[in-house]
Design a protein around this ligand. Sequence first.
Ligand SMILES: [Fe+2]
Length: 129
Amino acid sequence: MKDLLQLLLETELLLRKSHWNIVGPRFEPLHGVFGGLYDKVAVDSDIVAEKIRQDGEKVTVTEVECKYNVKTDNEMLSATLAHFKEIQKEVNTLSKLAERQGDYGAIDLLGKMSNEYSKDIWKLTSFLQ
Ligand SMILES: [Fe+2]
């Protein structure tokens, strides 16, 4: 869960950067897309952080940095897509673990996240075609 939280926080930073720096003819829709995704990921990182606390652990965050130097709209979309695929992979790995452990709270939380990110991956992929 801690790795997932870190990934979500990095994704938030990427989405903020993209929301603020987007330019070009697709400014209007993409400014909205990145802003909406930021809000969604911020809610998810709070849910994941609180799940970590419910499980009796401290929330530790190492310095969050954005790996991508995104400039164009397609670079922003591609980087976001890469982050979302990474989140989806981590969510699926954690889901299998939660199933083995019988952690129904985590199974529910991760199942919802898996569906959401799957939908967003489809949307982002569609934007890039
Ligand atoms: Fe804004």
